[in-house]
Design a protein. Structure first.
Length: 286
């Protein structure tokens, strides 16, 4: 790993002159080389997670909640099924900007339950404004992110798509949160400001995966499988057990893992270099 990349994982990208950004997208092969994943909800029905794992899927996200009151009917079965079959798992909340963001975060954690040391951080599925104006939507999302951090010590992955994000004015407040980008029209998606790179890419909504009846959303992770495993849970709170307030899923609280964080852990320095600075992963790994 070269000195420039080492500094990149310690210093925010805007302070590194010439380190690039969105103008340095992944190389032609990078976008299609990462671990494969899917994301699901009750809409997908009952899922055979053993068949999903056997098909080569490495990770999955399941919808846990929506708005202030809705818990996804299939979340508990999906959450346990992903873990039982060795998939790196995550949970997402479908966000309604017109509702109080911190209350939505609490509702999400009430539905999702415990985030263990190997789970992916919470996801805010932000793709609609409902009847709220831009400033209201942004404030509500900031409240969601802040509540998640306060309750769990975790960052929030922002799921969105470019056209919608542009309507918000590319708010810079969320640049420190990882990006999960939906884009179905390009082999390598164009990343919206303030991000330099995506961490997850939803590249189609009509995937065909054994174990799932009908079409399913399919995704890539921007790194290797080892980096995915190292990154999952890496931002867990130093407080130890991360208990989001629900134990019905039947999983005891477990100690938080130190993981990779910024520049620590096997293989993670190169990943953070690529995400923060925008240099190719191959260069960052030197």
């Amino acid at each position: 790993m070269n000195a420039r990349c080492f500094l990149a994982v310690l210093i925010p990208a805007p302070f590194l002159a010439g380190c690039g950004g969105a103008e340095h997208p992944p190389g032609p092969g990078d976008c299609e080389e990462g671990p494969r994943g899917i994301d699901v909800s009750a809409f997908n029905g009952a899922i055979d997670w053993g068949a999903v794992a056997d098909s080569g899927i490495d990770f999955a996200f399941a919808k846990a909640s929506e708005g202030l009151t809705i818990c996804d009917d299939r979340f508990q079965a999906n959450w346990l099924g992903m873990r039982a079959n060795g998939l790196t798992r995550g949970a997402y909340h479908f966000f309604h900007p017109g509702d109080d963001g911190s209350v939505q975060a609490d509702a999400f954690l009430g539905c999702a339950g415990i985030f263990g040391p190997d789970d992916l951080p919470p996801v805010l599925d932000w793709e609609t404004s409902d009847a709220s104006d831009v400033s209201e939507a942004i404030a509500s999302a900031q409240a969601f992110v802040a509540e998640i951090r306060a309750r769990t010590g975790l960052s929030t992955v922002i799921y969105t798509y470019r056209d919608y994000w542009d309507t918000l004015g590319d708010p810079a407040q969320f640049g420190s949160q990882p990006l999960w980008l939906a884009s179905y029209s390009a082999s390598c998606p164009t990343v919206p400001p303030p991000w330099s790179n995506w961490l997850f890419w939803q590249y189609a909504d009509d995937g065909n995966v054994p174990g799932v009846a009908g079409a399913v959303d399919v995704d890539r992770f921007a790194g290797t499988l080892a980096e995915l495993h190292a990154w999952a849970g890496s931002e867990a709170s130093d407080a130890g057990a991360i208990d989001a307030g629900r134990s019905e899923v039947g999983e005891p609280a477990t100690e938080a893992r130190t993981g990779c964080g910024l520049g620590g852990g096997p293989g993670c320095a190169a990943l953070w270099c690529w995400l923060l600075v925008g240099l190719p992963r191959r260069q960052c790994a030197r």
